[in-house]
Each structure stands twice: as structure tokens, then as C-alpha cells.
Write a protein that binds this ligand. Structure first.
Ligand SMILES: Cc1ncc(COP(=O)(O)O)c(C=O)c1O
Length: 388
């Protein structure tokens, strides 16, 4: 049998955790409530769909600018300057197939074989495979649950070696729901500058905040030149199936990423970019309405979880995930998630899926089902936990 390239490692396989276990039960006819994956339950707003349909009818069906359609990049640059407090132009923006493609391009553009890349733990598992495909090594920097999984520069500094090339930041954070404060981001920026590291900043949840202020680390002094900021329409605009995201970075890093994206996809589908243009220029109210609906579900879930025996749950500041502490149940995360699936037919993710530091936690997504289904899911879980 011929072998694949050495860069194809076991770790580069994408894993969907509890979703994969749930599929088998579902195929057998179980009515499962899906609170494990981060798929928005909302439909894409009509004005966004209409704009993409119009673009298709208007003939945006040919090869186009490999960086992304110029009007979209102009609009994104305006948004980045205004909302993210960055100083960028349309030339600094690269349109990608979702954040997944943006992070792949970023990692392939800056990580050499043998380089170490630090992930703050609990981490987002999908970042691991890309680092391994690039020949890099993942180094986990566990955050302290007792300190609300805040950024602790000392814990991260302890993981920096001469081989460290980059730190991946997710802000607002999946799975913890934290929005990092300016002081936390300044501490991380200070580390990056002192050790000459790149920060890859995944801001896919930038708009899904419930009070806290989202700060882009690239906007901090000295960070624009060493940050690759990644965004997507996926979550806030309910456009996960569209596969639309973008990266912004210093000109030399954008050029490097373009060498990856132009070689693998040439460019993102032309007409769907006009849906994104409508989202960014006219979609604010529709997006805010979806975030408001998510806030209602967050409150239902947090309140319900806090009434379950053995569980305590702080309200997430952003994202669509609650990250309750389950240590009072006496069960580990994976065992509890498996039992909830089996006995309550509710799918939640084990915190350990995001690294060992999550072993006393579950990740409960409140954005992926309607409000009545979320209420039903919480009732099922409560009934089960009361039997333990
Ligand atoms: C932190 C984080 N980054 C990236 C993604 C993937 O985004 P996209 O679907 O735009 O590729 C997700 C989706 O759950 C996520 O939670």
C-alpha cells in the first residue's frame, strides 16, 4: 500500500466529539437535543440571501480578485477600523472560506516544521490539526479554572521556549465564554512583543457578547505588525454553511497567506461575497436580534444549570456556550456527557474535549436549538441529574 505524505498525522483528523457518538443514536431513531456543536439555529437573514441571489443573477460568476471582491474588502476595512479600532486598508484584508480557512492560511504562512505553537487550554481542537499539518508542535498552556480561565501571563510564559513561534488566542473564548479584559490582552501582548511571537487571534465570536466589550489584540500598541486577526460571518450572521471569513494582518503576512489561499482555492466563490457585503453594511439589526435571542437562551441555560445538583455555572460573557463546573456530581466530564446522552438524550460536549483542564466541566451550547428545545433539554438534564 502506498503511504500518504508524512505531514498527514493522526492529530490532523478533524474530530467532532459527542456529535459523532450522537449520530449513531439518532440513526436508531432517538430524538436528541443538540447542545454540543456551535451551529447557529437561526436562518441567515433574508437581506443577505437576497444580495447573494442578486449577485448571481447579475453575473458575478467568474474568476475574480484572489484576495476577495474589492467592495467587500473595502467594507471590511471600514468595519475593522471602526469596530475593531484597527488601522487597516482593503489591501490588508484577505477573504477566506470561513475562519477555518483563514486559520489554516495563517498557520501555514507562519509555522515552520519544528516550530512550537501555544494554545491556551481549554483550547479549540480544530486548531491542532492545522499546526500539525504545518509540521509544528502544539504546546498547551493550561489556564486556571479557579481564576475563571483568565489569561495569566506567568502560566503562558512558562511554556515559551526558543522554538515558540506563535500563540493562538480565541477571544471571546470558546469553550469558556470569557471576553478577555484589556489588562489580560495587554499582558499577552507584552509577552508576544518581548519574545518576538506572532499572535493568531480567532475572533469568530466578536459580535456575540452580552455586556462586556470585545477588544481586538491587534489594536493594542505594537501588536498590528505581529497579529493575524481572523473573523467570520459564521456565527453572528448565521452563515455557517456559506463558508465566509477573513483575515487581516501586516502586508508581508497577507502576501504570505495569499500564497496559501491562492494555491488551494484561488479565491472564495464570487457571488456569495455579495451576501457578506450586505451583512456587513446592512445586517447590523438582524444580527443584533439574533444575539438578543441567544442572550435569552443563555439566561435560561445558566439558571437551569445552577439548579441542577452538583453543578455551578457562571454566566458566559460572550459566545454561545456555557461551561459549567460539574465537580459536585462526582463524575468526570466524559462519563457525565456520555450518561446525559444515553439517559437524557441531550448532547453536550465533555470539557475534556478541550484539554485535560476541562475535565471538571461540560460545554453546553445554547445557540444551536430553538428556545423550546433548549428548555426541554434543560428539563431532561435536570431529571437525569436528580437521579444520580
Ligand atoms: C473558536 C472557533 N474558531 C473557528 C470556528 C470555525 O469557524 P468557521 O465555521 O467560520 O470555519 C469555530 C466554530 O465553532 C470556533 O468556535
Amino acid at each position: 500500500m502506498t503511504r500518504p505524505a508524512r505531514r498527514i498525522t493522526a492529530g490532523s483528523k478533524k474530530s467532532f466529539g459527542m456529535y459523532e457518538k450522537a449520530l449513531a443514536l439518532e440513526a436508531a431513531g432517538a430524538d436528541l437535543i443538540h447542545m454540543e456543536f456551535g451551529r447557529p439555529c437561526h436562518d441567515t437573514p433574508q437581506l443577505i440571501k437576497d444580495a447573494a441571489i442578486r449577485a448571481l443573477q447579475d453575473g458575478h460568476v467568474h474568476y475574480s480578485d484572489m484576495r476577495g471582491e474589492a467592495p467587500l474588502r473595502e467594507a471590511l476595512a471600514a468595519k475593522l477600523n471602526e469596530f475593531n479600532a484597527m488601522t487597516v486598508t482593503a489591501d490588508d484584508v484577505l477573504v477566506t472560506n470561513g475562519l477555518t480557512h483563514a486559520s489554516f492560511a495563517a498557520i501555514m504562512a507562519v509555522v515552520d516544521p519544528g516550530d512550537e505553537v501555544i494554545l491556551l487550554e481549554p483550547y479549540y481542537p480544530q486548531h491542532v490539526g492545522k499546526i500539525e499539518l504545518a509540521g509544528g508542535t502544539v504546546v498547551l498552556a493550561p489556564l486556571d479554572a479557579a481564576a475563571d480561565f483568565g489569561i495569566n501571563a506567568d502560566l503562558i510564559a512558562a511554556k515559551i521556549t526558543p522554538k515558540t513561534r506563535a500563540i493562538v488566542l480565541i477571544n471571546p473564548a470558546n469553550p469558556t465564554g470569557r471576553i478577555y479584559t484589556r489588562a489580560e490582552l495587554e499582558a499577552l501582548a507584552d509577552l508576544a512583543i518581548r519574545h518576538d511571537l506572532i499572535v493568531i487571534s480567532d475572533e469568530v465570536y466578536e459580535h456575540i457578547t452580552y455586556g462586556g466589550t470585545h477588544i481586538s489584540i491587534a489594536a493594542l500598541p505594537g501588536m498590528a505588525e505581529r497579529t493575524i486577526s481572523l473573523f467570520a460571518f459564521t456565527k453572528a450572521y448565521a452563515m455557517d454553511g456559506w463558508r465566509l471569513g477573513y483575515a487581516v494582518a501586516a502586508p508581508n503576512l497577507v502576501e504570505a497567506m495569499l500564497k496559501i489561499t491562492a494555491n488551494d482555492v484561488t479565491h472564495v466563490n464570487a457571488f456569495i461575497q455579495y451576501g457578506a457585503l450586505a451583512a456587513i453594511t446592512q445586517g447590523e439589526a438582524a444580527m443584533q436580534a439574533m444575539v438578543d435571542a441567544d442572550r435569552v437562551k443563555r439566561d435560561i441555560v445558566v439558571s437551569a444549570l445552577n439548579q441542577m445538583p452538583g453543578i455551578t455555572c457562571p454566566a458566559p460573557e460572550g459566545t454561545i456556550y456555557a461551561f459549567p463546573d460539574i465537580s459536585g456530581t462526582g463524575m468526570g466530564a466524559q462519563a457525565l456527557a456520555d450518561a446525559i446522552l444515553e439517559h437524557a438524550h441531550v448532547v453536550v460536549e465533555a470539557g475534556s474535549f478541550y484539554g485535560p483542564v476541562g475535565n471538571n466541566h461540560l460545554r453546553v451550547c445554547f445557540g444551536s436549538e430553538s428556545t423550546p428545545r433548549i428548555e426541554e433539554g434543560m428539563a431532561r438534564m435536570a431529571r437525569f441529574l436528580n437521579t444520580l
